[in-house]
Design a protein around this ligand. Structure first.
Ligand SMILES: Cc1cc2nc3c(=O)[nH]c(=O)nc-3n(C[C@H](O)[C@H](O)[C@H](O)COP(=O)(O)O)c2cc1C
Length: 339
C-alpha cells in the first residue's frame, strides 16, 4: 500500500519520508540511500564547509536529492548556495534564520523551497515569503530546535498555512510516528535521530552505539555544547544531545563554561577525535529510545512505511460501523478506508 500525500506529489517521491539535513551526518551516501528507498534524502549542508559539500555532492550524481542549510550560517557564506544549486537539487531546506535573501535564487533554480520552523509565527512568516513546504519541528527533535512540542505544533501549523503541505519533525522514528503525523494533518515526516543510526550515516560508530543503547529519558536540550564548540547560535534555538559526563558537569553553570570556552573547545575536539562520547556530544533527540539497532537506511524507510500503512488500515477496520455513528465519524471512517 502506498501512502500518497501532497508531499509525495509535490516532490515526485514514493514515500512521505524525508531524511533530515543533519550537519556532518547526512552525507551523500545516506541521502542517496534514502532517495533510492523512495523517500527524499537531504545533504546536511550545516555550517558550510565547501570541501565537505563538494565531496558529498559528488556521491549524489544521478540521484534525486535535497540539501539543507542553517540559514544564519549560510548568510555568512552565501556562495555555498550557488554551488549547491548548480548540482540541481530537487529541494532546498532552510532552517533557523531569515530566509529572505535566499528565496529568489532557490526559486530561480527551480528547486522546491522547504522551510523548517519551530513556532506558528515563523510558519506564517515563511508562508508569506514564498515557502512551498513547511517542516513543523518540535522540541523533541535531535539537534537545534525551539520549545514547542510536535503533537500540538503540527496541527496548529497545518491550519495556519493551509493548503501548503506541512511535514512533521521531532520524535518520529517508526511507523507509529509516521501514522500519527499523517493523522495530525501532516503530509509526511522529516526524520533525523533514527537515520543517525543508519549504516550509511557519517557519525562515529561509537556514537551510533551510544544512541542505540540510550533511552529517550537520556537527552537534554540546552546551550552547553554550542558554548563548548564555539558555535555562536542565536536565540531562541538550542541543542538536544544525549546526556553525558560533560553535559552533567556544566548544565547548571553555562556562565562558568563561557569563561573557559577555549579550553572546553579543545577538550571537546580531542574527545571527538578519540571517540570519547562521555565528553563529545552525541546529537540526538528523544526518539533515541525508539532506535534499537543499526541498519541500512532503506530498511528504516521500508519498515516505517509498512508499519504506518498497516496501522492506518487497522484503524480503518476499527472504525467500521458501530451504530450510532455521528455524521462526522462516518466521514472519518470513509476517508480512512480509502488509505
Ligand atoms: C545529528 C543531527 C544534526 C542535525 N543537524 C541539522 C542541521 O544541520 N540543519 C537542520 O536544519 N536541522 C538539523 N537537525 C534537526 C533535523 O533537521 C530534524 O528537525 C530533527 O532531526 C527531527 O527530529 P528527530 O531527530 O527526532 O528525528 C539535526 C538533527 C540531528 C539529530
Amino acid at each position: 500500500m502506498l501512502l500518497t500525500t501532497p508531499l509525495t506529489d509535490r516532490l515526485g517521491i514514493t514515500h512521505p519520508v524525508l531524511l533530515a539535513p543533519m550537519a556532518g551526518v547526512a552525507g551523500g551516501a545516506l541521502a542517496a540511500a534514502v532517495s533510492r528507498a523512495g523517500g527524499l534524502g537531504f545533504l546536511g549542508g550545516g555550517y558550510g564547509e565547501a570541501d565537505w559539500l563538494e565531496r558529498e555532492l559528488g556521491l549524489l550524481e544521478g540521484t534525486r536529492f535535497g540539501i539543507g542549510f542553517i540559514t544564519w550560517s549560510l548568510a555568512q557564506r552565501p556562495a555555498l548556495l550557488e554551488r549547491a544549486l548548480a548540482a540541481r537539487p530537487t529541494a532546498v531546506m532552510l532552517a533557523f534564520g531569515d530566509i529572505r535573501p535566499f528565496v529568489e535564487p532557490i526559486r530561480a533554480a527551480g528547486a522546491v523551497l522547504i522551510c523548517q520552523i519551530q513556532t506558528v509565527k515563523q510558519a506564517r512568516e515563511v508562508a508569506a515569503l514564498g515557502a512551498d513546504i513547511l517542516v513543523a519541528q518540535g522540541t523533541e527533535a535531535g539537534g537545534h530546535a525551539g520549545a514547542r512540542a510536535t503533537l500540538p505544533l503540527v496541527p496548529e501549523v497545518v491550519d495556519a498555512v493551509a493548503p501548503l503541505p506541512v511535514v512533521a519533525a521531532g520524535g518520529i522514528a517508526d511507523g507509529r510516528g509516521l501514522a500519527a503525523a499523517l493523522m495530525l494533518g501532516a503530509s509526511g515526516v522529516l526524520v533525523g535521530t533514527r537515520f543517525y543510526a543508519a549504516e550509511e550515516a557519517l557519525a562515529d560508530p561509537r556514537a551510533k552505539e551510544r544512541l542505540v543503547a540510550a533511552d529517550g529519558d537520556a537527552t537534554l536540550r540546552g546551550p552547553i555544547f554550542d558554548i563548548a564548540r564555539g558555535r555562536d547560535w542565536p536565540a531562541p534555538w538550542n541543542l538536544r544531545t544525549l546526556e553525558n559526563t560533560f553535559a552533567r558537569r556544566w548544565r547548571e553553570n553555562p556562565a562558568g563554561l563561557r569563561t573557559r570556552a577555549a579550553r572546553a573547545r579543545a577538550e571537546i575536539e580531542a574527545a571527538r577525535a578519540a571517540g570519547d562520547f562521555d565528553i563529545a556530544p552525541v546529537i540526538a533527540g528523544e526518539a533515541a529510545g525508539l532506535v534499537r539497532k543499526l541498519c541500512p537506511a532503506a530498511e528504516i524507510v521500508d519498515t516505517m512505511v509498512a508499519e504506518a500503512a498497516a496501522l492506518l488500515a487497522d484503524a480503518a477496520g476499527h472504525l467500521r460501523p458501530v451504530p450510532p455513528l455521528s455524521e462526522d465519524a462516518r466521514d472519518v471512517a470513509r476517508d480512512l478506508r480509502g488509505f
